[in-house]
Design a protein around this ligand. Structure first.
Ligand code: SF4
Length: 249
């Protein structure tokens, strides 16, 4: 059977490494569908990732040049590749622990400098692959291996952080809103400067299980219910703190 995205995937990879119910497999496909819609040539693209579950989205799955870099260092590798070969379309796909916790310094400075690349941050609100520790994006009160009585620190709002640092395009979506997410990915890929898309992608194994969040399907329902589009909000009112606001910022 030939599937629509097969031409973008390496033949030798028969299955993804993700746990059943992980959001990252959906994101893997949506990035490829966006590339297909835009008609981008994968042979002129470079995908860079760091360490963590989301870093396995491009590498080794995508049939393109992929750089699987050190933990937290995806953006410096991407910056070097872009400076050496300005014709490359450079996309970083990695997780919140990698990009915004260990690699947070690189993220804000790349946004400040305006390097021409698209950064896709799969935010599962925890360090997944490395053991379920609290990250800079973990919600207050959440249970993790390093916060067994509840995380006491407030999480970063990644979109506000990256926007304040100077990014040209910033958006947040979720794998439960695939069409909006593809629209934002398209706009980010068409931005000839630093662009950033945060994608909420649940981790049932490390986050859901510890926080007793029902089944993977139940987690998707809960995420869907928690999200609201920015367009639904009265601009004269402050953003609601009990919901996750999606949209372009
Ligand atoms: S640990 Fe979490 S983020 Fe990692 S593959 Fe499993 S479900 Fe996905």
């Amino acid at each position: 059977m030939v599937r629509a995205l097969d031409k973008y995937l390496r033949e030798e990879v028969q299955r993804t490494p993700f746990c059943p119910g992980c959001g990252h497999g959906i994101l893997l496909g949506l990035v490829l569908r966006t590339i297909e819609e835009l008609g981008l040539d994968m042979q002129r693209m470079l995908f860079v990732s760091g360490i963590g579950c989301a870093a396995w989205i491009p590498s080794p799955n995508y049939k393109a040049d992929t750089l699987h870099a050190l933990h937290g260092r995806a953006i410096p590798f991407a910056t070097g590749a872009k400076l050496a070969n300005p014709d490359l379309k450079v996309i970083v796909i990695s997780g919140d622990g990698d990009l915004a916790s260990i690699g947070g310094n690189h993220l804000i400075h790349a946004a400040r400098r305006g390097h021409d690349m698209t950064v896709v941050c799969a935010n599962n609100m925890i360090y997944g692959m490395t053991g379920g520790q609290a990250a800079s994006t973990t919600p207050q009160g959440s249970l993790t291996t390093t916060s067994p009585e509840g995380n006491e620190y407030p999480p970063f709002d990644l979109c506000r952080l990256v926007k304040a640092a100077g990014a040209a395009y910033v958006a947040r979506s979720a794998i439960v809103r695939p069409y909006a997410l593809m629209e934002y990915l398209s706009r980010a890929l068409e931005t000839p400067a630093f662009s950033f898309v945060e994608v909420l992608s649940p981790c049932p194994t490390q986050y859901g299980r510890r926080n007793r969040l029902d089944t993977p399907a139940g987690m998707l329902d809960q995420l869907s219910a928690a999200c609201m589009d920015r367009a639904e909000i009265d601009p004269s009112l402050p953003l609601p703190e009990d919901r996750i606001v999606l949209g372009e910022f």
